[in-house]
Write a protein that binds this ligand. Sequence first.
Ligand SMILES: [Fe+2]
Length: 386
Amino acid sequence: MARPALAVAALLALLLPASAQDEPYIIHDTRPVIMQGPYFASLSETGATVVWLTDTPCQAKVVFGPRGGPLDRAADNAAHGLLPIGTRHAVHLAGLEPGRAYSYKAVATRVVKMKAYWPEKGLSAESPARTFTTFDRAKPEVSFSAVADTHENPARVKDLLGAVDWDGSEFLVHLGDAVNSLESEDQLFDRWIGPAERYLGGSKLHLFVRGNHETRGAFARGLFEYFPSPEGRFYYARDHGPVHFIVLDTGEDKADETNVYAGLNAFRAYRGEEFAWLERHLATDRRAAEAPFRVVILHQPDWGWVDGKGDMWTALANKGRVDLVLGGHFHRLRKIAPGEQGNGFTALALGQDQIAKVEATRAELKVAVTGKDGAVLEAFVLKARR
Ligand SMILES: [Fe+2]
């Protein structure tokens, strides 16, 4: 009886023309074009998620290594045993060290014609080498800037991005509602990601928080693919410097049953799951309890539509000793001091043409809100609670 390996070889010989069995696959003389990115959709102390677009279907990988050394590590986006082939690429780098600077290149190789055997390939395109630094809870300070509700207005986006203190910001947060409704990939890049990346340059985290307007439109269901997190959710926690960050997704601002959604929304259950996650997280995450500051980043500072359970969310944030809730949504600056609405924390709704700059040390967390012209509209300092 033939051994299994011999049997497979015999079967292949039957299926394939004799001349083809030892030939290499075809590599056409054609190279993809990197159309957008790479950019950082997610960053943590030990991981980073790099996203970029190519003009034609490709397989993707990121080569990387500690800054100054060779790019001798590689990560791909394999799923279920296969390397995805597409024009949008998201690769998660894992096993990184906190507070370490890395260099990387995004590499895409054309897959010209997909077939069962001998798919026809093309050449590779790679981004210029770029650097980034992982988050680090041991770092003594942190600084970032946030904008909100740009609503796809190019002049507003240009002015705001031009006014951000980039040298003094380790990352940028968009607090949601970058569009009026999400209709296409081109719109997402033209109206927000592209302009922002001209400054972030694939080196700094592009933290995007989903707004209620991003839950609407023909392309709304595709948003996560452009800001994927390794957790597979729009809500998660991160540690950097003295701050424990909790990023929440406040979903829609109206009930699932509202006629305009035609029965296609299911935020009641989703927000319930998110609440359960937050409850568990605050009760069990050591850093959530021990960090000098807890900052919640979200779109709707009043928690969004939570089926009349806003007080439960406030009570949970109080119990978790949240220091600051930072959002947008109202299109005008609103600061809600502790105690005003049953909140034990400071809540800040950033206005539409404003930038919030947040800087924290282990002793204090400073927030300054400025207009596009640099005028200071609000400034306050929170002291670390014991
Ligand atoms: Fe909104």
